[in-house]
Design a protein around this ligand. Structure first.
Ligand code: PRE
Length: 367
């Protein structure tokens, strides 16, 4: 589906920010002192472009710290006055939006648990009609790209053009090394479909663990994301929410210093020439892969016809097992990753079955 969003890039609405844009601050604004002290230390690093803090916290189970509420907005604005940093917080309904606009919050974000619900997103969008404020939209907790895009569209339809997406990873029942599975292909697909949309990565929520923040951040920058939203706290271990994933402002500075910022292209002539030679080689190989693939499918079609005439089933589990095992071994010997070979073969098998299904169901024309 084609998506036409009217967008203004972050460089227009955070003019002081150079790539990567860094948004940082505590998971939750806990007290006025903690909010202002964190903001001051962040500003002192000279590396942060906006201050974040959660005021209303959607928690999985009741009984956890659910945020300071409207009172916290005052602390955020006080921190802005002290540091000059624009401030941003999460909104989930019209009342939150109204309170933020009244207080003078600069940027809003819609959280993952809100993006999943079109009613809530619509409520936020409606309450922002006629207001010119940047809004960042976190991915929904479930890996549904259409829902993510749909939320951006709802806001865009309400007249908001200063939009960005935040990639914070996806919830899953199976627990992997990350708190939220990054599913990078989802962010890549979003960027491919809407190239003019800036994406900010939230390595704190993806990792759930401060040790992995550098790794995730670097990966995000190498996928050409516009910036990072990283949680920080003056005393992370004592944080009232998400303690394990927060870093001190000083450590945030170190993480940022350690990142390699690469550009999408280079003006270096040797680089350009070499890249174009290598790309030609890839074009050539892709041509060969495609024609081999087409030839393979033709044979599959013939097998389908032959099976049809002999009343034999399409699926041949033993043969397929044999193909998987031999090709994985072969691929490994050639330096190919076993998962890659297996995924590729699965796709080929699906298509092959599809082709044979068509053959089987084709009604022969009578002459
Ligand atoms: O060997 C066959 O019987 C085929 O139909 C070919 C093929 C394949 O594409 O390799 C397709 C379906 C079967 O499950 C197994 C293998």
């Amino acid at each position: 589906m084609k998506h036409t969003l009217q967008l203004e890039s972050i460089s227009k609405w955070l003019p002081t920010a150079s790539k990567p844009i860094i948004i940082s601050g505590p998971c939750s604004a806990e007290t006025e002192e903690q909010t202002i002290a964190t903001a001051k230390q962040l500003a002192a690093t000279g590396k942060v472009h906006a201050l974040r803090a959660g005021i209303w916290k959607p928690r999985t189970r009741p009984g956890q710290y659910e945020g300071a509420g409207e009172e916290g907005l005052k602390w955020l604005i006080a921190a802005k006055k002290e540091t000059g940093l624009p401030v941003t917080t999460e909104v989930a309904n019209a009342a939150h939006v109204e309170a933020c606009l009244k207080a003078g919050v600069d940027i809003l974000w819609v959280g993952a648990r809100t993006t999943v619900n079109p009613f809530s997103v619509q409520e936020v969008a409606d309450s922002l009609k006629g207001v010119d404020i940047p809004v960042m939209v976190k991915n929904p907790i479930n890996p549904d790209l259409e829902l993510w895009i749909g939320a951006l569209e709802r806001l865009n339809k309400a007249g908001l053009t200063k939009l960005a997406a935040i990639h914070r990873g996806f919830s899953s029942f199976e627990k992997g090394p990350f708190r939220n599975a990054p599913m990078w292909d989802m962010a890549i697909e979003l960027k491919t479909r809407i190239p003019e949309l800036d994406i900010i990565c939230d390595p704190s929520h993806i990792s759930g663990n401060r040790e992995l923040i550098s790794f995730i951040s670097q990966k995000a920058l190498d996928l050409d994301m516009a910036g990072l939203m990283i949680e920080s706290h003056i005393n992370p271990d004592a944080a009232w929410s998400d303690a394990k994933q927060q870093v001190t402002p000083a450590n945030l500075g170190k993480i940022i210093d350690g990142l390699v910022v690469r550009t999408v292209s280079s003006d270096n002539k040797t680089f350009k020439d070499t890249l174009s030679i290598l790309r030609e080689q890839i074009d050539q190989l892709d041509d060969e892969i495609m024609s081999k693939m087409a030839a393979r499918m033709k044979i599959s079609e013939k097998i389908g016809q032959y099976k049809k005439e002999n009343g034999v089933t399409i699926l041949q589990v033993a043969r397929w097992e044999e193909i998987i095992q031999t090709r994985i071994t072969l691929g490994k010997a050639m330096g190919l990753n076993a998962d890659f070979t297996s995924d590729l073969l699965k796709l080929i098998h699906q298509e092959s079955i599809q082709i044979q299904t068509k053959v089987m169901n084709k009604v022969e024309e009578r002459v």
